[in-house]
Design a protein around this ligand. Sequence first.
Ligand code: UGA
Ligand code: MN
Length: 274
Amino acid sequence: PVIYVVTPTYPRPTQIPELVRFAQTLMTVPNVFWIVAEDAPILNIRVATYLNSTGLPHTYIAAPMPEKHRKKKVIPKGVSNRRAGIDWIRRHVEDGVMYFADDDNSYDRRIFEEMRWTKKVSMWPVGLVTHLGVSSPVVIDGRVIGFYDGWFGARKFPVDMAGFAVGIPFLLTVARLRRPEVTRTGKFAHHRSGVRSSDRDYRLLMHKAEMPYRAGYEEDGFLQSLKISKADIEPKASGCTKIYVWHTKTQAARPAPTIARNRTHFSDSNLPSL
Ligand code: UGA
Ligand code: MN
């Protein structure tokens, strides 16, 4: 199965270095498709040029956060991006696995082989999350019986975004099950736009399997929308005993003076300056 990696990104001086680091990990992984979704109203030609230069199969989409969410005290980072990624998958993909991979984490290539055969939802530990140093499902006899995390809040699934993957047929099944609500819109739009009914499910149906714009509850809201229980979770990485992904954070770079700024985004001086 192909792994569809959904990566939120946004413009800042460390953007290209983050993407380079992650791209070079992905280059070592067979059968991946990279969905890069940028929190900006328009695409950045330099990012597009870099992505093309990697040779990785990818798409690059603009997914700006709605203003009302950006004004919040704690902004829900990467949500509009991931929603756009889910939507792209619904419209273009029927098989495979979806993984939400932030642009600044550190990924061991082995994590991709762990998640590749996910049926519903697979999970594994993520290092460097909160003061505890790790966030992980707790596994006994091959079953997830609970979670270890520095912040539970009111979450049913206190896990990090980098700690799970979803089977795409399962994701789409959840979507199709929600027919009553969806059919109305679907029929209406079908009638108006004349899309084929086979496309309709992915393109127009519901946004019920969805990520909320609620900081801290993005993972939990999304997983709950899939209507899974602990028994559905497939523990990976040797029964959640190995760490193959870390929630690293890159220190913010001081913005360069305006004239230099556009150039410092590049690691390759041959890229065109505009
Ligand atoms: C943590 C979690 O790991 C994220 O999954 C979660 O989205 C985020 O908190 C949150 O809700 O606040 P953290 O390392 O604190 O992540 O945040 P960032 O790495 O700065 O941002 C998460 C993702 O969203 C990144 O891929 C980043 O490129 C993107 N992002 C960040 C945007 O698209 N727009 C922004 O304004 C900021
Ligand atoms: Mn991060």
